[in-house]
Ligand binder design. Structure first.
Ligand SMILES: C[S@@+](CC[C@H](N)C(=O)[O-])C[C@H]1O[C@@H](n2cnc3c(N)ncnc32)[C@H](O)[C@@H]1O
Length: 240
């Protein structure tokens, strides 16, 4: 077969894969997930084997609207309704690696959204608490995570700006919506040695990692990002 024909055959195979029905998909989704991990995540430098294994396991196509399931393993964010998104797979992997999850940890996530990042974390730690400000998203994620067997995730409906003081300190905190500045409560709720991974900024955002040390906090910027804003309830935001 000539190179040109081989290419044409590959395109045809891809087109066919794209028309497979959701019911007959498991094997195909598995292949796409494997390709996602190799081409989007390992190829860009994510090395933590536990993180890679979690990304290989969590069925991302279940966390997007059904009509977008075919696109679940693409290299980008996708809409999940309520003007919100599920983050790009690489960003989920990178933030997970940066928070450095350990088996016995309790981790807090702000911005449950689809529940996908919470599920990835749940593969790696003992307990995940995740806060979502949009009630319909919290309800949907809570049901999906339970259906998929993630009994170690608790979805809390509320404003994550304040964290969850009653369950602190946390061994890691991941924030998946961008505030203009780091919420002070989240720093207070970090255990010594724990990291906060958070996009910060309005028009220009930087992914920041803050580690709590015995002496205080050390902070570094990782790379520019673009997240939806961390919103506040009107009564708790004096600027509204
Ligand atoms: C980029 S999406 C999150 C993606 C999500 N981690 C996932 O895996 O699908 C950001 C989410 O943060 C939520 N959010 C925004 N402000 C919030 C706040 N103050 N407290 C809790 N959640 C908030 C949004 O409603 C949205 O669902």
């Amino acid at each position: 077969m000539t190179a040109k024909r081989r290419l044409a055959a590959t395109w045809a195979a891809c087109a066919l894969m794209g028309t497979t029905s959701v019911n007959s998909e498991p094997e195909d989704f598995g292949r796409r997930r494997e390709a996602m991990v190799r081409e989007q995540i390992e190829a860009r430098g994510i090395r933590n084997p536990r993180v890679l294994a979690a990304l290989r396991k969590v069925p991302r196509h279940r966390f997007v609207p059904e009509d977008l399931a075919e696109q679940a393993y693409r290299d980008g964010p996708l809409p999940i309704g309520q003007a919100q998104t599920i983050s790009q797979p690489f960003i989920v992997a990178s933030m997970t690696e940066l928070v450095d999850p350990q088996p016995g940890d309790t981790v807090l996530e702000i911005g449950t959204g689809s529940g996908y990042q919470a599920a990835v974390l749940a593969e790696l730690v003992t307990k995940v608490l995740t806060i979502e400000i949009v009630p319909v998203l919290a309800t949907r994620s809570r049901a999906l995570l339970a259906e998929l067997g993630y009994g170690n995730v608790e979805v809390v409906t509320g404003d994550g700006w304040k964290g969850l003081p009653e369950a602190a300190p946390f061994d890691g905190i991941v924030v998946t919506a961008a505030p203009a500045e780091i919420p002070p409560a989240l720093l207070e709720q970090l255990a010594v040695g724990a990291k906060l991974v958070i996009p910060v900024g309005r028009r220009k955002q930087m992914l920041r990692v803050v580690e709590r040390t015995e002496e205080g906090f050390s902070e570094r910027g990782e790379y520019p990002v673009r997240f939806v804003p961390l919103t506040r309830k009107p009564e708790s935001d004096p600027e509204r």
